[in-house]
Design a protein around this ligand. Structure first.
Ligand SMILES: C[S@@+](CC[C@H](N)C(=O)[O-])C[C@H]1O[C@@H](n2cnc3c(N)ncnc32)[C@H](O)[C@@H]1O
Length: 372
């Protein structure tokens, strides 16, 4: 079913005080709020009530709509920092036990007028916490209840209706997911190694650099498949983009991905070892470096990350202009933080924790000190 058809139907049925949930990765909630606020300002839409992490939920942002859902829908669909848009129907604390009885009983009390006869549906459940059951159990319990109440069939792939049941520790949210696929799946990359950064996280990094759309020079020296360059290119048409990577196949792959996005003409790519960056680029050249170095989880357990970060800071400090920004993700973040605090030419402007699956890297926004 067309997303917009459902949106129109919702607006006609629930005319007042719609609550819309946006999902993202934990740590990016503020980025979502800021992006949404900026977008609403550009079309002069009445400010909406926005709450980050409602009920303590990481990775969620709640909007209490003051204008119609169809009016704000095109803006929501263009957000680069989110996964999904959900119409929130119920949120509640779970009892000590019997969650799989309690959740269907709450679902039973909801009118669900969009479940017209014959519609196909699915339940999508996410679960975070130490419960003894899994998300499949939630899906099964909720799905059974819908099946009993309405003459409709389950279809996991081609459904008209996707009811979302998220359990977060002792809280539960029930909603109607309005997006068919995650808005973060926006690139059709021909080169997509496992370590590719998700586009909405790349967006968050570019956003956190907090730079204007002027003819700035921006580098990603671990460009891989080019996610950060693609986001930067789409958001900031006036930036000059540079990418480098140790491996030629990454350079070729990034070029092909950027070409698919019609960005290849705005990017200069070079095969280069980051630890010799000053051989490849002039000193004081870049306004910002936005990058995600290898995390080193499985590939290089024995790698001396303190030394790696030290050399990385040394090289990036050479090619960055004074006052230039270095935005990077780091898994061994305390080592990086110690280096910056004690020794380098950088100062920390922002440091935040991200949730990317089971990994929790830190996002650093560093600034090259103007006078040393
Ligand atoms: C975590 S990945 C970056 C992923 C990238 N942001 C993307 O979305 O595809 C790290 C990249 O660093 C590159 N790399 C590893 N060591 C390097 C070095 N010494 N100099 C430059 N690039 C290096 C790898 O080839 C890999 O593409």
């Amino acid at each position: 079913m067309e997303e917009y058809e459902l949106v129109k139907e919702l607006e006609a049925t629930f005319d007042e005080n719609l609550q819309i949930l946006l999902t993202t990765n934990g740590g990016l909630e503020k980025v979502v709020e800021e992006e949404l606020t900026e977008r609403l300002e550009t079309i002069d839409l009445q400010p909406q009530q926005i709450k980050t992490r409602p009920l303590g939920y990481d990775g969620h942002v709640l909007i209490e709509l003051k204008s119609g859902l169809t009016t704000i829908w095109p803006i929501l669909k263009q957000l680069r920092s989110i996964h999904h848009i959900i119409f929130l129907m119920d949120s509640f604390s779970l009892p000590q036990a019997d969650h799989l009885v309690h959740i269907p009983s709450r679902l039973k009390q909801l009118a669900l007028p969009f479940m017209k006869a014959g519609r196909t549906f699915r339940i999508t459940a996410n679960r975070t916490g130490n419960q003894r059951y899994g998300s499949m159990d939630v899906q099964r319990a909720a799905g059974q209840l819908i099946d009993e109440r309405f003459p409709c069939a389950v279809d996991l792939e081609q459904h008209d209706i996707n009811i979302r049941v998220d359990v977060y520790k002792n809280q539960c949210l029930i909603g109607l997911q309005l997006t068919n696929t995650s808005l973060a799946n926006r690139y059709n990359r021909s080169y997509r190694p496992r370590i590719s950064l998700k586009p909405h996280i790349a967006y968050g990094m570019v956003h956190e650099a907090n730079l204007p759309n002027e003819s700035l020079k921006i580098l990603d020296p671990f460009c891989g498949s080019g996610s950060i360059l693609m986001e930067a290119g789409h958001i900031y048409p006036d930036w000059d983009l540079y990418g480098s990577d140790l491996y030629q196949n990454a350079i070729e792959g990034a070029y092909n991905n950027l070409k698919r996005e019609n960005l290849e003409g705005r990017v200069e790519l070079r095969q280069a070892d980051v630890l010799e960056l000053h051989h490849y680029f002039n000193a004081d050249f870049f306004d910002a470096i936005i990058t995600n170095p290898p995390y080193g989880i499985k590939l290089s357990r024995n790698k001396d990350y303190a030394l790696f970060y030290k050399n990385l800071l040394k090289e990036t400090a050479i090619v960055l202009k004074p006052g230039g920004k270095l935005v990077m993700l780091a898994m061994k973040w305390s080592q990086l933080k110690n280096l910056v605090v004690n020794k380098t030419q950088f100062t920390i402007r922002k440091l935040s924790r991200l949730e990317t699956g089971d990994l929790h890297p830190r996002l650093f926004v560093l600034e090259k000190i103007k006078e040393v």
